[in-house]
Design a protein around this ligand. Structure first.
Ligand SMILES: [Zn+2]
Ligand SMILES: [Zn+2]
Length: 156
């Protein structure tokens, strides 16, 4: 059971090895170096069910894989992953950036401005409305992310 959970990620609807293979091919095709560090950083992001800061990633690499990767290496790597669209980030005022794997499923976020709790949601009406707005302004929609800032239940 543990292993199965480890290999498959329901939300992303694909297994890690397929994802990693695809990733390595893209890295090579861009003439970038494939490294063990990149693989593990990607792995941490892939299996996380929450949004992670660079510090969280460093901590999880140590905790799960007993790896000490310098924080500056992790910074550089996530920056590259974001440029390559493997991951996306959330900017929150007063907090470091949060990263997550780029889901193929478009979703939106609610963020608590006090404790930085992040909640994801999908709403068909909002999805359609955003498309409608893009069309109205003669934009082709690539990506969108609606963020609602407020106070969560606990912080209110
Ligand atoms: Zn809160
Ligand atoms: Zn998210």
């Amino acid at each position: 059971l543990e292993l199965k959970k480890y290999l498959m990620c329901k939300k992303k609807n694909l297994d890690f090895y397929t994802f990693l293979k695809n990733f390595k091919e893209q890295i090579s095709s861009l003439n970038l170096k494939n490294t063990i560090q990149k693989d593990y950083i990607l792995k941490v992001l892939f299996f996380s069910d929450r949004h992670l800061t660079v510090e969280d990633i460093v901590e999880l690499l140590k905790k799960h894989y007993n790896l000490d990767i310098a924080i500056t290496t992790v910074y550089k790597t996530v920056k590259l992953f974001e440029e390559l669209n493997f991951i996306t980030s959330l900017e929150i005022e007063g907090s470091p950036k949060y990263y997550e794997l780029n889901h193929s499923i478009s979703h939106n976020h609610l963020i608590c401005s006090s404790c930085f709790k992040i909640v994801e949601f999908i709403d068909q009406v909002i999805e359609l409305k955003q498309q409608e707005i893009a069309i109205k302004h003669k934009f082709t929609l690539n990506n969108h992310n609606l963020v609602i800032y407020g106070l969560c239940d606990k912080c209110r």
